[in-house]
Design a protein around this ligand. Sequence first.
Ligand code: UD1
Ligand code: UDP
Length: 742
Amino acid sequence: MVNVAKQVVRTSLNLTDQDVLEIDCWSHVTGLASQIAAEAYKVGADAQISYLDDGLWRSWFEMDEKYIARKSPISAALAETITAYVSLWGPEDPSVFDRSKPERMAKADAWIKEINDRQRERKVRSLFLGLAQVTPQRARKYGVNFAKWKRIINASLGADLKPIAAHGRLVSKKLGGASDVQISGEGTDLSVSLRGREAILEDGIVDANDIARGHLQSSLPSGFVDIAPLETTGDGDVTFPSTPLWGKMIRNLRFTFSGGRLVDYKADKNVEAFANYFKASSGEKDRIGSLTIGLNPRASYLGGFVDHFVAGAVTIGLGGNQDIGGANRSSFDFGATLQKATVTADGMSVVEAGKLSKGGSANLFRASGRGSRETAQISLYAERPLSRSVKIASVVGARPQFIKAAPVSREIRQHNEEILVHTGQHYDENMSDVFFEVLDMPRPDYNLGVGSASHARQTAEMMRGLEDVFEREKPDLVLVYGDTNSTLAGALVAAKMGRPLGHVEAGLRSFNRSMPEEINRVVADHLASLLFCPTETAVDNLAKEGINRGVHLVGDVMYDVALQSAQAARSRDILTRIGVRKGEYVLVTLHRPSNVDDRDVLAGIVHALARSNRTVVFPVHPRTRKNLEAFGLWEELWAKVKAIEPVDYLDFIALLMGAAKVVTDSGGVQKEAYFFGVPCITLRDETEWIETVEDGWNALVGSEPEDILDALEKFNPAGTKSKSFGDGHAAEKIARILDKFV
Ligand code: UD1
Ligand code: UDP
């Protein structure tokens, strides 16, 4: 864990007993501000914390305009005294900006600029700490994943600065002075000249060399190269997929430049967030300001905030650029990021489709741990339809729920309004975001960023978040899926708040109460007013518990998805990529606590797989991976089995369709094996999907190694699949029932 206070004081600003430090912070980060001040005292520096909260912020802009325009004597005095400045600026909840008026704030521009100029003259070093802005409220407001944001910031803070600096020097050399720079990408084709301009390497440290060159600012996390284009060059278009600004996520913001001047801008969504800020600003605000190339190999795209320092990210700035050696003077200082751009400088490749070009980056970064990851766009901005008749809050959180919600969400939005809430139960990119992409799902309106914890804590944290969302959105109905803790939390909060509940995949029973899922299902079913059953067995199970009202046999939504995705899965090349041939391998998935949380049981399964003499492909669930490592079983598995990261849904279906057999303890995979006619060996003693067993396609073998080996050898079902999981239109049926729900 990086000690941020130490890094700020001792490395980034290198404070001594000659320094006077001002720390600007908002109320939620006073703790961090104190730590930095305390660390400054240790080296003999003086330190002062300036504090702001939402109330003060509002009061400041509610005061008479003539006072806003008057130079603050306190700020002016500080500008004459301080030698270093740390910004932990930004409210915990950016909703406070909703009521701020840029034109009123602009009244202070003149004196703020005077103070900034004075500080520059006095060579005050400053550091911006991006982590103060990482709050659940901001994540929710902009629709980005909080847990992921925190992880990116932490990972980026821990990045090795040496390869960053090394590659930064290389990029700086290519860019510095280049007269013909071309930037291209989706919706982007821009040329600029950097003649006579020097690139500035931003590596998180303000050292003597930077100070000598007038470069007094840095930030943490860090890792990018900045350069000011000639302000009269810049022709063409540039399109930024997602840009957060003053509480809004701007979607597909498109700039048109001519002779370095911004001549037109538009956006698919929230263009006014940019327009208001832009109009209220003064000076050379419409001039191209900067070209930035990201260098941090541990960063990944979030859809704003951190994107500019992702290795290979390209950011274009507008307005004020004196700090980096440009000629624009303006109160406007704006930048937005492209994710998959290509940049050439005088014919030399700098960035190729979002990746730093050869000549260092790939090798340097791979050597430093995680490679610079090519991440697809993950802007989780709110995509809210206009108000419709029934407002449905859908709660999802774990991998199988994204898959189940995909077709239902599409159908619901035909006639109704849906608020999609992601609890954050699963958060790894390959357990969460990839499903939204490959299934072409709307991005969640809210992500509660709950993450992993014990059952009670995880569920409680979800309940708190859901209560806030339901309070705010006042849905007519809450819809939950399957049987995870996210299902339970959604069901309980809906019931406590008196909101009707719908349960997709209702009525399933394993009759094994030691499974957490069984508890979750029973509770959800008993609280639901609408119960959408996938099979007749499910309807019967409910009837036996006295639940007859609101029960609808609609079919299985996973069958809908499987049918809709088969074609696309066939064109995936995952088999080639991992080096297996159709029909010649066994596919394995495991994640049930009863199989993977007990060392002896898991060891038995691993030994059986290793001894089977079969090619085994095993996308390893994170829970299982953690335990394999903790139990010291990973090496054995790795030696004998193609253990891979969890794959996206289409790759998984491709692997499944090509498998000779499947070994699993997953609920969803048992069904999918049945849909595609692949023999399924289930490492459990019972199943909710009894139809697959009755038809002979699923063998329940438990977790004894000999039984697994025996089934791998001998289990060869044939014949028809007679049982019904619906007609592939379950989602449509659910949506039409919801249409009529009042
Ligand atoms: C959960 C559901 C289970 C469902 C499964 C689907 C509950 C009680 N369990 O089990 O019904 O079949 O999802 O996959 O709701 N982890 C990561 N990254 C992630 C998610 C999890 O590293 O993105 C690790 C963490 O160490 C975590 C562990 O996996 O502690 C278990 O995650 P959790 O969501 O608690 O349960 P699952 O086993 O995934
Ligand atoms: N799946 C996937 N990638 C993987 C493993 C599984 O997309 O690497 C899909 C699989 O196709 C199925 C679903 O995830 O649709 C099952 O999820 P899981 O086994 O995690 O949960 P369960 O169904 O047991 O609740």
